[in-house]
Write a new protein. Structure first.
Length: 178
């Protein structure tokens, strides 16, 4: 299976990317291929809502999204990776997801699998409620098959994350994919 991992952390060596790396390791050991997109460090402009794309055509904006579109549509699975910022995904990942507007129907027809990986400083039981609801909505809207999530509570620093159970959970999620 071809997996595209959309990383939305501005911190290349931060907690959410550490979890994504473990997921990737497990998935590759299970025989899958992983294509990592560092969305936070690409030139991707916000969707302007102009609808010039007609929800399925080329976007009028000429940026790095042109390179990513084909990679997403070529994948069998998409993994959303983000630190928790004010109880939602990072702006860097949200900009990329908003640009799905120009190829929603193509994603919906693919019937792709998906997963979510996130890390947060907070460890309250409600920490991920809003992000989890957003992810579930994306799964429904884009006709994705949810394969699971890693909700890294108490992963505020790379050291905290390294010592957490979530490193193993991320690896096991990747390894479990069929």
């Amino acid at each position: 299976m071809k997996i595209i991992i959309l990383e939305g952390s501005p911190n290349r060596n931060g907690s959410s990317n550490m979890l994504a790396e473990q997921f990737c390791r497990g998935a590759e050991e299970a025989g899958h291929t992983a294509d990592v997109v560092d969305a936070a460090h690409l030139d991707i402009h916000p969707c302007t809502g102009c609808i010039h794309c007609g929800y399925e055509g080329p976007c009028v904006q000429k940026d790095d999204m042109e390179k990513i579109r084909g990679r997403i549509l070529d994948a069998d699975m998409v993994v959303f990776v983000t630190p928790l910022y004010y109880y939602g995904m990072s702006a860097q990942l949200k900009i990329l997801v908003d640009r799905f507007c120009a190829f929603n129907s193509s994603i919906q027809r693919r019937g792709m699998k998906s997963a979510m990986i996130s890390a947060a400083w907070n460890s309250d039981d409600w920490t991920f409620d809003a992000l989890e609801a957003h992810y579930r909505t994306l799964v429904k809207y884009l006709n994705l098959q949810d394969m699971g999530a890693v909700w890294g509570r108490g992963c505020g620093t790379p050291g905290m994350t390294q010592r957490s159970r979530y490193m193993k959970e991320a690896y096991e999620l990747g390894k479990s994919l069929k």
